[in-house]
Design a protein around this ligand. Structure first.
Ligand SMILES: Cc1cc2nc3c(=O)[nH]c(=O)nc-3n(C[C@H](O)[C@H](O)[C@H](O)COP(=O)(O)OP(=O)(O)OC[C@H]3O[C@@H](n4cnc5c(N)ncnc54)[C@H](O)[C@@H]3O)c2cc1C
Length: 217
């Protein structure tokens, strides 16, 4: 078996009120963008929550496509792409400032109702895109002892689920310590494909070696 159930966003962490009138899109869900396409087009003000690679990419794409709309960004972190070099943050913040994006870093979203309530002030929006960080999509996995504290599937260097020769885990759901990227998932898949045959034939398995890969190639 190969587990590759990917990741999700924990939308509950945003505390979206039942009577919330704003449209809130999960930035990770293609379906959500498609379903809400007309609302994206109609929105006068769009707020993107999150300053990681997905938040930056989504905001950049929306500002580029809809230069006449108002945009804001909110993030708990004090830097864009906080895992990257400081120059990346400087470049991005200058870019968004030039495009008149209303920037709220170091700010926690507390609740989404009529407005977005944050640790600092209330922010108006018509539509919100949540890009709030991957969580492993592993709730369905009931094999005892295979999930780490954060819910990622623990794998060894051959991408076998810890304690199981015949179960592998790949992609975002695995606990490999690297940026969660489609490119990495693709590499895992290539290794696992070979390792499945090797388990059957009893040959030496191939090790997965992590490498730093740029987001877009
Ligand atoms: C907006 C955005 C931009 C991105 N840009 C890049 C980029 O430029 N470059 C890059 O390398 N990466 C990028 N990524 C990251 C990349 O999308 C993920 O790392 C990649 O999709 C992970 O692959 P995966 O196969 O682990 O999981 P996923 O692609 O999430 O696939 C998981 C699969 O499991 C299925 N599944 C889940 N639960 C169940 C279930 N219970 N039953 C049956 N099926 C189930 C799902 O239907 C899905 O098909 C981006 C992500 C986002 C959100």
């Amino acid at each position: 078996m190969v587990i590759g159930t990917g990741s999700i966003y924990d939308m509950n962490s945003l505390n979206i009120k039942k009577d919330c009138k704003l449209t809130v899109i999960s930035g990770i869900s293609i379906d959500s963008y498609v379903e809400n396409q007309s609302k994206i087009i109609d929105a006068e003000k769009i707020v993107v929550i999150g300053s990681g690679p997905i938040g930056v990419e989504v905001l950049g794409a929306l500002v580029g496509k809809y230069p006449d709309k108002k945009f804001a960004t909110i993030s708990l972190h004090d830097k864009y792409l906080h895992r990257a070099c400081p120059a990346a943050h400087e470049f991005i913040i200058k870019h968004f400032e030039k495009l008149n994006v209303d920037i709220h870093l170091n700010t926690k979203v507390k609740e989404i109702g009529k407005t977005i309530k944050t640790s600092k002030n209330d922010i108006e929006a018509d539509l919100v895109v949540a890009c709030i960080g991957f969580q492993p999509n592993s709730k369905l996995i009931k094999i005892p002892g295979v999930l780490d504290e954060q819910g990622y599937v623990k794998v060894n260097k051959f991408l076998q689920v810890e304690g199981y020769e015949n179960i592998f885990a790949i992609g975002d759901v695995s606990n490999i310590n690297e940026e969660k990227l489609a490119q990495n998932s693709e590499k895992h898949a290539g290794i696992v494909l070979q390792n499945i045959s090797k388990v059957i034939t009893g040959e030496k398995l191939i090790e997965y070696i992590t490498a730093s890969r740029p987001m877009v190639r």
